[in-house]
Design a protein around this ligand. Structure first.
Ligand code: SF4
Length: 327
């Protein structure tokens, strides 16, 4: 949950999730849609899916008890080397290393590791160094791993590291050579790729809105979540043309009317300009992934936060719906 955000922001989500799923059994037995709905607003939905799968694996393969062995932890869905090392060292004091961004920065400076830290050669160097540290007999893994992370977060900061306060200053090669501000090398970021999407705001006579469930393909964002039907405009395609095509793809007809709003948001390496159009939808045949939904029913559906915001803004009786006549 803490991916790219703060403890303060995550707190309410964490409590809500733990209230609904207090243990791995309740999580394992839940529907995926319910898990995603409880996760809604946090982003990175693959994590929620993996957490759900991991809970099932704990129930089915480990008799409901979280495994202690590093290999068994590593085999849980969604658990990589860092998570496995953090859990097993902090919870069970296993001599397992961890390398996160903070630890990588500290080690790159102490050991003078140049170049992009993400290369496999540099990653191998960093993991090997972190392994050697936790293998020292007098070292307590559940103390040294968090200590290295804290050192990176508080002292060996990305800019202007506080070397005079640093407990490993005497061992630090970067400091000895006065190169602490040069390391680690940060490769220039690639500019985000722009995308232009449109979505259909279709209301029926009862004020219900048409929602579409996103497919479950592994290569798309927000798998299995609900949204206003949405598509990416292809080159030379107008917004209206894209909406008409989208209607055909969904087996119905869309007649675009007016543009309700345009919002911008980012997903992975894309910046997306999303036009939301009011459309008249006809010949709609509801099915498992296309249905008319009122505000109450929408409450229980997992939606990407950008869609929740549009829904709340434009659908009658939602928390903050606007008068449609004002659009
Ligand atoms: S001496 Fe400075 S650069 Fe080296 S690890 Fe400590 S804070 Fe980082």
């Amino acid at each position: 949950m803490l991916q790219q955000t703060t403890v303060a922001a995550v707190g309410p989500f964490y409590e809500r999730f733990l209230n609904r799923f207090p243990d791995s059994k309740s999580l394992a037995e839940a529907d995926e849609a319910d898990v995603l709905a409880q996760w809604a607003g946090l982003g990175y939905y693959a994590r929620a899916r993996n957490l759900h799968k991991a809970a099932k694996a704990i129930q089915n393969e480990h008799s409901g008890t979280f495994p202690r062995e590093l290999d068994a932890i590593l085999s849980l869905p969604g658990v990589g080397r860092y998570t496995a090392g953090a859990v097993s060292s902090i919870a069970f004091s296993t001599r397992a290393p961890i390398v996160d961004a903070n630890v990588a920065r500290v080690l790159s400076r102490v050991l003078l590791v140049g170049g992009d830290l993400k290369t496999s050669k540099n990653q191998a160097t960093l993991w090997e160094a972190a392994t050697q540290i936790v293998l020292v007999e007098s070292v307590e893994p559940r103390e040294v791993n968090p200590a290295m992370m804290e050192l990176g977060a508080l002292i060996c900061t990305p800019k202007s590291p506080r070397c005079p306060l640093c407990p490993v200053a005497d061992e630090c090669e970067a400091r000895k050579q006065g190169r602490q501000n040069e390391l680690p090398f940060i490769p220039p970021k690639k500019a985000p790729t722009p995308m232009f999407d449109v979505c259909a705001l279709a209301l029926d006579k009862m004020g219900r809105v048409l929602l579409r469930k996103r497919p479950d393909h592994a290569d798309i964002w927000w798998q299995g979540m609900w949204e206003l039907p949405r598509t990416t405009r292809s080159e030379n395609e107008s917004s209206q043309e894209a909406l008409i095509r989208l209607g055909q793809e969904l087996g119905c007809q869309f007649a675009p009317q007016t543009r309700a709003t345009t919002v911008k948001h980012g997903v992975t390496r894309y910046t997306i300009e999303l036009e939301c159009w009011r459309v008249e939808a006809s010949h709609v045949t509801e099915n498992e992934s296309l249905k008319w939904v009122d505000a109450e029913e929408a409450d229980g559906l997992a939606m990407p936060s950008i869609m929740s915001r549009l829904f709340e803004r434009f659908v009658p009786n939602s928390a903050s719906s606007e008068q449609l006549s004002l659009l």
